[in-house]
Design a protein around this ligand. Structure first.
Ligand code: HEM
Ligand SMILES: N[C@@H](CC(=O)c1ccccc1NC=O)C(=O)O
Length: 279
């Protein structure tokens, strides 16, 4: 019996001709695989570079999915928002597992090339800052490292001034009939949301009767999932840092461990955590 001929892959005519396009061309591997330029002869610097580059790629996807999630929630289109939010949590899981690779680097191995890093630091990751802003950890001061990069500054500023994932969720609660304080709906979105009784009361109603508010209940749990994974990322970071550089100051100019530990206290969706005590 002869085999059915395989159809050629479909082509997107908008993108123009692609004859002869290879795997490498499509993925831009020339750029990606030539972007590892160690500054020292230390063996482990390659690990350090690849670890950060892969993290930045996953962050790029997380931003793409978070932007989509925000638009979907604003449009009351919750089912697809659940999918994009789940994907973001899975990306964080990926980033969390990646710490296991970096943890194989000892303090002496890191010290052998740390000086080459100069004043560069993860503190200057604009994609990380975009994620923090998108999910509501707003702090205008964190734009300072990007003062000389106008396009990045504009992106950060736009997200800083836009409602976060949680602001949009609270607006959704309001649209679905919950009595949310006006001050919360009309708040200045460029600063972090502060826990509010009317929001907590709304979530309490949702959690007390999931069957009646199933979509909101599912959204709430997806948000808790996200924050849970994000907390794990922060914890993995601070623990790895302590293990590798102890209490040395950070290259980015912060106190290092004490600064990173203070970030463990950030609560993105406070009422969703508070409500648990009342159930
Ligand atoms: C040897 C490994 C690492 C060490 C010793 C380290 C150390 C530090 C320190 C000390 C800070 C505080 C800022 C400073 O003063 O520099 C920091 C911030 C940061 N690091 Fe790392 N880090 C490591 C790996 C990573 C990796 C793999 C990532 C992933 C992208 C990362 C992302 C960040 C981010 C985003 C911040 C800013 C955090 C915030 O402002 O809340 N770091 N890191
Ligand atoms: N802040 C780190 C340096 C560091 O980890 C780093 C340096 C350059 C690019 C990314 C980095 N990763 C996370 O902060 C340190 O103080 O050793």
């Amino acid at each position: 019996m002869s085999e059915k001929p395989v159809d050629p892959p479909s082509r997107d005519v908008k993108a123009g001709p692609r004859d002869g396009m290879s795997y490498s061309d499509y993925l831009g591997l020339d750029q990606i695989l030539n972007a590892q330029r160690p500054l020292s002869s230390a063996h482990d610097e390659m690990l350090f570079i690849v670890q950060h580059q892969t993290s930045e790629l996953w962050m790029k996807l997380a931003i793409h999915e978070l932007n989509a999630t925000c638009a979907l929630i604003a449009a009351d289109n919750l089912q697809p928002a659940f999918k994009t939010l789940s994907r973001v949590s899975r990306i964080l899981e990926q980033l969390n597992s990646a710490w296991d690779v970096l943890r194989t680097m000892t303090p002496s191995e890191y010290t052998s090339f740390r000086a080459a890093l100069g004043t560069s630091s993860g503190f200057q990751s604009y994609q990380y800052r975009l994620i923090e802003y998108l999910v509501g950890n707003k702090n205008a001061a964190m734009m300072a490292p990007h003062a000389n990069d106008e396009p990045v500054l504009q992106r950060l500023e736009a997200v800083l001034q836009s409602p976060s994932l949680y602001d949009l969720t609270i607006q959704l609660l309001h649209r679905r009939g919950f009595d949310i304080d006006r001050a919360v709906i009309e708040r200045d979105v460029s600063v972090p949301h502060v826990a509010d009784d009317s929001v907590r009361a709304a979530w309490l109603s949702v959690y007390r009767d999931p069957a009646q508010f199933w979509e909101l209940y599912e959204l709430a749990e997806k948000l808790v999932d996200f924050e849970d994974y994000f907390r794990r990322w922060r914890f993995n970071h601070v623990t790895t840092v302590e293990r590798i550089i102890g209490f040395k100051r950070g290259t980015g100019g912060t106190s290092g461990i004490s600064y990173l530990r203070s970030m463990l206290d950030v609560v993105l969706f406070p009422e969703l955590w508070q409500v648990r005590t009342e159930l």
